[in-house]
Structure formats: C-alpha cells, structure tokens
Design a protein around this ligand. Structure first.
Ligand SMILES: Cc1cc2nc3c(=O)[nH]c(=O)nc-3n(C[C@H](O)[C@H](O)[C@H](O)COP(=O)(O)OP(=O)(O)OC[C@H]3O[C@@H](n4cnc5c(N)ncnc54)[C@H](O)[C@@H]3O)c2cc1C
Length: 392
C-alpha cells in the first residue's frame, strides 16, 4: 500500500471536505426513537443522492469502490466535519448485512436489497445473539423448520440493536434439529414486519431502549431469503462477523483521535479540585500523551488492515486485534476524562448532548461487549492471528 497522498488523493479529500461542509446537518440527531431513525435514513439518502454512499462497496453494486486509503480519508473528513456518526440505525445494513449479501447473496437478493440499503430506504438489524448464545454463538437454538418453499422460525434473540426500527434482519437459525455447534445453521434475511415477530425493547445504562429481545412464533421466511446455503450458515455468519469486526468500526477507530484532541482541550480548560488546570497534572498529561500515541498506532494498524483487505477482498481476523486496541484505548481515555471532570460526571439523565463525555464513558463499556467481547477477541487473536494452541 502506498502511504503517500497523491495529487488525486488530495483532490478527493478537498472535494469530500467541501461537500461535507455544505451538507452536514446543522441540527443534532434526536437521541433515539423513530425520529433518530428518520434522521439516519435522511442522512443516508443525502449521501446516496450526492454520490457519497457506500465508500467501501464495489462500484457494480452502487458503491464508490474506494481504495483503503481513500476510505480512511473519507472517515477522517467525516470526523473532522462532525458529520452524523456512521454507527447509527443504518450501520448494520451498510457495514455488514450489505457486504454479506454482496459476498454470499443470490442475484435476486442483491438486486432487491442493495439499492434499498444504499439509499437509506431499508434499515437492518442483526439477530445472532440469544439468551444462551452470545460469546458462544455456535450454541444458537432458534429453530427453523423447512416447510415447502418457506422456513418456519420459532425462538428468541437477545440484544438486537435497533430491532424496532429495522425493516430486515440478518437472522441465524438452526435448521437441522439433529445438528450441534457450527453445523446445521442457516443465515436468512428476515422481514421484520412478518407476522409472529414480537419486539420487546430493553432499557440499558445508557438510559435508552436501543436494544431489544425479539421473539419468533412460527415466522414464515421464504427459502429464497437464505444467504449462502441451508446448513452452511456458520460460514456466512463468519463472513458477517469479519466485516463487522474488521472494517465495520473503521470510522470509530479514526474518530478516537479527534476525541483525544477534544479531551486535551478539555484538560486545558478544566480546573481540578486543587485549583490547577487538569493538563498541569503530570499524571493526566502523561496519560493523554500515551493515549494519543496509541491512537497514532491504531491509525497505522488500520491502514495495514485495510491494505490486507484490499488484497484479499474479505477482512481477516486482525479486525479482532483492532477492536481490542480501539476499545482498550477508548476506555483508557474515558477513565482520564473521569479524573478531569470528577466522577460525579457519571450521574446521567440520558441527555447525551448535554453530557457527551458521560455518554462516551458508558459507550466505551458497551463497545467492549457488543460485536463480541474483548475476551473473545483475545481468543480469536491468540488462535487465528498468533497461531497459539487453542484454549478449547
Ligand atoms: C449494547 C449491545 C448491543 C448488542 N447488539 C447486538 C445485535 O444487534 N445483535 C446481536 O446478535 N447481538 C448483539 N449484542 C450481543 C453481543 O454480541 C453479546 O452481548 C456478546 O457477544 C456477549 O454475549 P453474552 O452477552 O451472552 O455474554 P456471555 O457470552 O454470557 O459472556 C459473559 C462473560 O463471560 C466472558 N466469556 C464468555 N466466554 C468466554 C471464553 N470462552 N473465554 C473468556 N471469557 C469468556 C465474556 O467475555 C463476558 O465477559 C449486543 C450487546 C450489547 C451489550
């Protein structure tokens, strides 16, 4: 990968910057609910209408087909412009459901779903985790019984983000009742408006209801909605998880750097109980410097990861290492901010605009669980990146 910016790269950055300056919404995103989903759809449609949607998607599927370096430039400019965060209700569709359909879907699935995702018309959610199948995803028990040209789904999923707003779901079910573990699973596209689906939102420490328990009572899913093959769902799910853990969080990785700069700014303006500015405290200053250095390392690793993905076409297990680095650094930054502001900043009424650092602190914990916990990312890193003996 050539890390020098060419003239064309610089022009790309300038045109992205100019477009974002003119088009980033002036009003902030509603905190949650259908108003937030509407805001996300509108922003996605605007990106689409102006030719900026799907920076990583191949051109033949309506994306921009940008090189890894150009994607980094785009996400850096998004962060710089304080554009709507890409981890929103369009995230699953854009960052892993769409890419999975591109990699494994049929022609009909691609033709129907990809344009709807890109334009913000269709939102998706992910139905992988269950009450007893989180880290151990191969323990999925939600049942699918083949009945003519349909699969009848019965069971329960847990922690489904944005289920109540989604039009479709990437749903992992067990279609072979005699199978165990990774065998006999199937990845299907589930229409969230299907009869038999019951969504029960769950209130979290973020003081919102963005995750839900989802119950399926004999929900009919057409066999035409199987992505990959019946019984081969584990392989399709791994592709999804690689997209999610690989480049799915690229924007967050790069935005972390902006956040460190904001924290340094905060430390330069906030006084500690003893009257000194926080930045005058050696411990705080040194930790902020170390975190900033880690962010620079993360950017370098992101570029290396992107170069590898450019070569292979599918993100590899190094995404797990990246997720560990990012969540660890995010948590470390949140801890320092806690010391700068005083720990009473953790009293949270749910207003994330008024208390962005509190929300960020709580989010740093969520991020180390969702998409696979840090313990599991360590296991994948040990096993598949470092080649160490398996622990189980
Ligand atoms: C805010 C949020 C949003 C989410 N959104 C979605 C979503 O949209 N769709 C979806 O499908 N899932 C979603 N998840 C679920 C998420 O993927 C799971 O919570 C996660 O995989 C952990 O599973 P679990 O909660 O069942 O915990 P468990 O798997 O029960 O883990 C409990 C603890 O044990 C540890 N542990 C488990 N196994 C091992 C091991 N082998 N070695 C070492 N430690 C281990 C874990 O690291 C963890 O600390 C979301 C979760 C959260 C918190």
């Amino acid at each position: 990968m050539d890390l020098q910016y060419s003239e064309a790269d610089r022009e790309f950055r300038a045109s992205a910057r100019a477009w974002l300056k003119a088009n980033v919404p002036q009003h902030s995103r509603p905190a949650e609910g259908f108003a937030a989903a509407r805001f996300d759809r509108d922003w996605q449609r605007k990106l689409h209408d102006h030719g900026w949607a799907g920076v990583a998607w191949p051109k033949e599927y309506g994306g921009l087909g940008l090189s890894g370096l150009r994607q980094v430039i785009w996400y850096e400019e998004l962060a710089r412009a304080h554009a709507p965060h890409h981890i929103n209700t369009t995230y699953v569709a854009m960052m892993h459901a769409g890419p999975t359909v591109i990699a494994r879907g049929t022609g009909a699935q691609k033709a129907f779903h990809l344009p709807r995702i890109l334009s913000g018309e269709a939102l998706w959610c992910q139905g992988f985790s269950e009450p007893n199948a989180g880290s151990d995803l191969a323990a999925v028990r939600t049942r699918g019984v083949v009945d003519g040209d349909h699969i009848i789904v019965t069971g329960a999923k847990m922690w489904t983000t944005d289920a109540q707003y989604a039009d479709y779901q990437e749903l992992l079910i067990r279609t072979d009742p005699t199978s165990e573990r990774h065998k006999g699973l199937t990845w299907v596209i589930c229409d969230m408006k299907s009869p038999g689906i019951d969504i029960k939102p769950v209130r979290t420490m973020l003081q919102d209801e963005h995750v839900s328990a989802v119950f399926y009572d004999e929900v009919r899913v057409p066999i035409a909605n199987v992505v990959g093959e019946i019984g081969q769902g584990w392989s399709t799910a791994l592709a999804t998880l690689n997209f999610e853990r690989g480049l799915g969080f690229i924007g967050d990785q790069l935005e972390l750097y902006e956040r460190v700069n904001r924290a340094i700014d905060l430390a330069s303006k906030t006084r500690l109980e003893d009257g000194r500015l926080a930045i005058e405290d050696d411990g705080i200053a040194q930790r902020l410097a170390a975190i900033k250095a880690d962010c620079i390392a993360i950017r370098a690793m992101t570029l290396a990861d992107i170069a590898e993905t450019d070569r292979t076409g599918i993100p590899g297990p190094k995404g797990s290492m990246m997720k560990l680095m990012v969540t660890g650094t995010h948590k470390a930054l949140s801890e320092v901010v806690g010391e700068i502001l005083g720990w009473s900043f953790l009293e949270f009424d749910g207003d994330r605009t008024a208390h962005p650092w509190t929300y960020d602190y709580l989010w740093s914990w969520v991020f180390s669980i969702s998409g696979g916990t840090n313990e599991i990312q360590r296991e994948i890193t040990a096993d598949r990146v470092l080649g160490l003996p398996r622990s189980r």
